[in-house]
Design a protein around this ligand. Structure first.
Ligand code: T4K
Length: 376
């Protein structure tokens, strides 16, 4: 039987550029003696991201959660917002911090994104927006959601925390909907230590977002709204600026890891990978989620998760429990049965994938998964 890994294999590890490159950037920051508050490195990253996304409508923040909170506030979203329970808690927290009521509806079974038919059925006179999540970077049904939003005069907002680098039909995913939030947290495919980005359709929002992340200051003497402090600092911006150069390499390594898992586990019954994405989607391979069918695999998802831990393989059950089942959201009335979301949350397991993960280690992980199954 295979021996456990000597060092833990985490679900993810941050990509780090060569230390000398970061050190050279630090020298620049030392020379500038400018650490935060719209410094030169932040301005450079803003320009780079504007080019990358082909829009001037970008605004950087110190993390994705505050970016989303500020985005919702700046757009004046209120009342009820239709959203998914199959996400990281921050999606829903951003609504609550804006005193918006989340209306949880089910996801579709193929890519775990909001089910447009359920969205339409959940619209009430109080609905002001749809907050959908490109979960694991799988694009939502952007065309159907856009159609629903247009017909019901709703704002369409995407939590694109996992979706950096993704394109639909040759166009960045940032160009769909009224606003998108990208997380640049250390665990993300592309990161800035911590960080967040809003991309948006209406340029008039830019100054609002800039005010809201900087205490509402318009100038030294004028505070035009009750803002908060959500500014990205220069060290974060430096990491972000450096990492852009490695993006294609990171995605290519993720593609190889994904392909290897699929190949090596395809003969193991009870493990379901998502189907290949439509040919017009360019994916980023940031996550490798699989569903474990207990009957066919012969072991529950949780038993496999615990079994892998004994081999020092620390998978995660993203995103379980559903957000609506967390204590702080139990009081939110949920009308939808959330049948698909519950099934997926109870069977999902995200396998390790990151730039430094050796392909031999992926093979070993697959061998251990297969061996655990045979041992049942
Ligand atoms: N919306 C969605 C859909 C999101 O997924 C997220 C964040 C947000 C909004 C909010 O964006 P941010 O405000 O975070 O920018 C992690 C991340 O902290 C979180 O950013 C992310 N989603 C979520 C999916 O994953 P945890 O609690 O699982 O993180 P943690 O500390 O357990 O890290 C996971 C693994 O990564 C560890 O087992 C080891 C490894 N790791 C982690 C860090 C931080 C490292 O090797 N080095 C590190 O520095 O939430």
């Amino acid at each position: 039987m295979t021996t456990p890994f000597e060092k833990p294999i985490y679900v993810t590890r941050p990509f780090l550029p060569p230390l000398e490159k970061f050190a050279a950037g630090l020298q620049e920051i030392w020379d500038n003696q400018w650490l935060t508050n719209e410094g030169p490195v932040l301005k450079r990253l803003t320009r780079q991201l504007s080019n990358y996304f082909e829009t001037d409508n970008v605004c950087l923040f110190n993390n994705g959660t505050l970016a989303l909170q500020i985005g919702l506030q700046g757009m004046g979203i209120s009342g009820e917002v239709i959203t998914t329970p199959f996400t990281f808690v921050a999606t829903t927290h951003a609504l609550f911090w804006n005193k918006i009521r989340p209306v949880f509806v089910d996801i579709e079974p193929d890519y775990y994104t909001l089910d447009p038919e359920k969205v339409e059925a959940a619209i009430t006179p109080w609905t002001t927006a749809i907050l959908a999540v490109h979960i694991f970077g799988y694009p939502c049904n952007v065309h159907m959601l856009a159609d629903i939003a247009r017909r019901h005069n709703l704002k369409l907002i995407y939590d694109a925390a996992h979706a950096f680098g993704i394109q639909i039909d040759g166009k960045s995913i940032a160009h769909f909907g009224d606003m998108s939030m990208f997380s640049f947290h250390a665990t993300k495919l592309y990161h800035s230590l911590e960080g967040g980005l809003l991309t948006f359709q209406y340029s008039s929002l830019k100054s609002t977002f800039d005010y809201l992340k900087n205490f509402g200051f318009k100038n030294e003497l004028e505070v035009v709204m009750p803002g908060t402090n959500a500014k990205m600092n220069e060290m974060q911006a430096l990491m972000g600026s450096l990492l852009l150069k490695y993006l294609d390499e990171i995605i290519e390594k993720g593609r190889k890891i994904d392909a290897l898992y699929r190949e090596r586990l395809k003969t193991v019954p009870g493990i379901r990978f998502t189907s290949s994405l439509p040919s017009d989607v360019r994916y980023n391979y940031a996550y490798v989620p699989v569903e474990i069918d207990e009957d066919k695999f012969g072991m529950s998802r949780d038993a496999l998760y615990e079994g892998l831990k004994k081999y020092n393989i620390l998978t995660r059950r993203y995103f379980y429990p559903l957000v609506c089942d967390f204590a702080c959201y139990k009081s939110v009335a949920v009308k939808d049965s959330l049948k698909v979301a519950r099934k997926v949350a109870n069977s999902i397991l995200t396998l390790p994938t990151y730039y430094d993960l050796a392909l031999e280690d992926v093979e070993k992980i697959c061998d251990i998964v297969a061996a655990l199954r045979s041992s049942t």
